[in-house]
Design a protein around this ligand. Structure first.
Ligand SMILES: Cc1ncc(COP(=O)(O)O)c(C=O)c1O
Length: 426
């Protein structure tokens, strides 16, 4: 017999999140943000202005990078990293199966070819043990993604890269301040990219940061930023394109907002981690649920909390894991907790399944490319199971300015659904 409190809201029970509980929207915007943005408006350089230059310096100091270029997106910063590593037509870059699309499409943007390596079930991060088998004579770089704000296991990845003479490009777009063995991500590989998009721990509305320790790579990456002109945006122009160019630089207003958010990043990351840990502790021991991953050596920045229904439970119940996940999402939402079921598996996107690059089959049919590259999904069994089972908590449930009260409501809603998972209609 179900009590009033254990009957699921989706089955007519009482919601576990109180109606009057307010969830706060990320990011918190305060007087300092307003003043920085107004000051930007009141000065004359609205394209590449003083805030852009300062943002580069301040991020370099905060994260421990030598050279930083402030871009208009993380995607742009990733593409610049590909160019900086001299990766060209038909070259291959090894990356993970689970990430946001631009991880892989930034490789295509330079006519190169992404090769996907499956993830580990526990971490949902690229499985270092599977990387070597994917290396071919065309491989030029490995692009690990610190997915969900959790650092990849960088020691074995860097070891493979050193032994095989490959570059490493860190996709740190979700991972500002995530730490591998106490060191900030974005400082391990040859280059790194961060995103300053709305949802990220470090938000500038939109924006990105291309980082490297190598001056030559900085120059090569930055060449894409200003129409192919080989110059820093602040230098004198000769209005001459020296190579392929895009328009990837940021502008003063988002840079001003970013600088003001950066001043608070250490504190907001601390709070995001505290919230993440509270949710993690509160969900400990929940049956039929796989919790998020973070350890002392691979320490989350608190970017995202994700849970998965255990596929073994789906098997026992005789339902497909994807159908169970969708049903659990609906049940948790009915309890008043905003969650979603992302399907972010890179090789499953049509761009790879149909090989829709530049048209005419390019870059896969390019004479420089290795023939018959396959994106058959049976190669990515673990990634497929992660994609079908992942439940993502909205940033506006557990990210600051939300605190213990909201985290406890999130815990209550998720706990209730998993503890009564037999009652979830699938
Ligand atoms: C892992 C990852 N890579 C790349 C990007 C692209 O960043 P942006 O949206 O700033 O272009 C994102 C953004 O969500 C991301 O999460």
């Amino acid at each position: 017999m179900k009590t009033a409190t254990s009957k699921l809201a989706i089955n007519g029970g009482k919601k576990s999140v109180p109606e009057d509980l307010k969830f706060h929207v990320w990011p918190a915007v305060d007087k300092d943000d307003e003043e920085m943005v107004l000051a930007s408006l009141r000065q004359p350089s609205h394209a590449w202005g003083p805030n852009c230059v300062k943002l580069q310096e301040e991020w370099a100091a905060w994260n421990g990078n030598k050279f930083v270029a402030a871009t208009n997106s993380g995607t742009a910063a990733l593409h610049m990293a590909i160019a900086a590593c001299d990766i060209g037509a038909g070259d291959e870059v090894i990356t993970t199966t689970l990430s946001w699309t631009s991880t892989a499409t930034s490789i295509l943007h330079h006519n190169a070819i992404p090769i996907f390596v499956d993830v580990e079930w526990k971490t949902m991060l690229i499985d270092p043990a599977k990387i070597e088998a994917a290396i071919t004579p065309k491989t030029k770089a490995i692009m690990p993604v610190h997915y969900w704000g959790v650092p990849c296991d960088m020691d074995p990845i860097m070891d493979i890269a050193r032994r095989k003479g490959l570059h490493v490009i860190e996709d740190a777009c979700q991972a500002h301040g995530a730490r591998y063995k106490k060191r900030n991500v974005g400082t391990f590989g040859n280059c790194a990219a961060f995103s300053l998009n709305q949802n990220k721990n470090f938000c500038g509305g939109e924006g990105g940061l291309f980082c490297t320790e190598d001056e030559q790579m900085h120059v090569k990456g930055r060449a894409l930023m200003n129409f192919g002109e080989m110059r820093a945006p602040e230098a004198n122009r000769d209005f001459h394109a020296y190579g392929m160019g895009w328009m990837y630089r940021t502008s003063d207003l988002p840079a001003a907002f970013s600088r003001s958010q950066l001043k608070k990043l250490t504190a907001t990351n601390d709070q995001a981690r505290a919230n993440w840990n509270r949710v993690h502790k509160g969900l400990a021991g929940v049956p039929n649920m796989v919790p998020s991953f973070s350890t002392a050596d691979q320490e989350t920045n608190g970017y995202a909390y994700v849970v998965r229904p255990d596929p073994a439970y789906a098997n026992r119940r005789g339902v497909k894991i994807g159908d169970l996940r969708d049903a659990v999402v609906k049940a948790i939402v009915a309890e008043g907790v905003n969650v979603g079921g992302p399907r972010w598996m890179l090789p499953a996107h049509t761009v790879f399944q149909a090989k829709n690059g530049y048209g005419h089959g390019c870059p896969w049919t390019c004479s420089f490319a290795r023939p018959n590259i396959s994106y058959d999904l049976s190669q990515y069994e673990v990634g497929t199971q992660c994609m079908e089972s992942t439940i993502w908590l909205s940033v506006n449930t557990h990210r600051p300015p939300n605190g213990p009260e909201q985290c406890d409501a999130v815990i209550a809603g998720i706990r209730k659904v998993f503890e009564n998972i037999d009652e979830v209609p699938v």
